[in-house]
Design a protein around this ligand. Sequence first.
Ligand SMILES: Nc1ncnc2c1ncn2[C@@H]1O[C@H](COP(=O)(O)OP(=O)(O)OP(=O)(O)O)[C@@H](O)[C@H]1O
Ligand SMILES: [Mg+2]
Length: 291
Amino acid sequence: MDRPASVGELTAILRQGGYLADRGLATALYVALELDRPVLLEGEVGVGKTEAAKALAAVFGRQLIRLQCYEGIDTSQALYEWDYARQMLHIRALSERQVADEQAVEKLFGPRFLLERPLLAAIRAGDRAVLLIDEVDRADDEFEAFLLELLSDFQISIPEVGTVRAERPPLVVLTSNRTRELHDALKRRCLYHWIGYPPPDTETEIVLTRAPGVSEALTRKVVAAVNRLRELDLAKPPGVAETIDWARTLDVLGATELTPDTAADTLGAVVKERDDMDLVRDSLEEITSGG
Ligand SMILES: Nc1ncnc2c1ncn2[C@@H]1O[C@H](COP(=O)(O)OP(=O)(O)OP(=O)(O)O)[C@@H](O)[C@H]1O
Ligand SMILES: [Mg+2]
């Protein structure tokens, strides 16, 4: 399948692929596909931003090309660079054979010595790929400006090689954890969707999809407890990923109930900060009650 016929169809396809998207997210992704627009997903930690791109690639049989952003990332790591080591070896071979003519030198900056990085790979793959630009908020301003340019025309000119252009752009999914505000210009180019914590029923379904075999009753208790944890003032509130981990952990230990004791034994699956741990330990009774 190439493109879904409706938002409903996209939702259904993603669900078959194990990803549950609510109406708002499915709409944003559908429009992104239809209009060839990048989509920016922001949200809490571990709510399925990265997974959305992976799921899209999987269900449409597209190649997933991932650019993980970090502080100091630059174009040579993101776009392309020259294979310096191979160029040197080649030069040495040439000089041994004493054939360092003009053409041989030209070839040093030809396709053979070009190292393709994710963005160049994505331009070349065009709409056969999903380009995931993950955690773009970690990259710095200059890189964001460069991305903006790239996203507007999907074309890049490599002086020694020529212009590379995507016939149809890849589907681009950018994610951000909001460690800093992104520029308006970048946001304007993108469709935007905020992914919040899913409602309990949905989260239960996600856990059951991702951790088949865990009982539904236990899963509901875990989801209820996680939702209480999110109401506490934790430094690192648990995401969906933690809910899944907690359910799996309890299951592997053979627990069928979430009691203050079983919760205390397994808190490390869901609370990952020492101060948070202290806070949570004081209210385990309340957190595990009901659900
Ligand atoms: N809607 C969903 N449907 C199915 N699985 C989900 C969904 N949301 C989250 N998950 C599960 O939660 C895990 C974490 O999701 P993901 O890594 O995409 O979070 P994230 O938002 O990118 O988090 P981070 O901010 O830490 O990068 C996924 O591996 C997946 O198993
Ligand atoms: Mg992520």
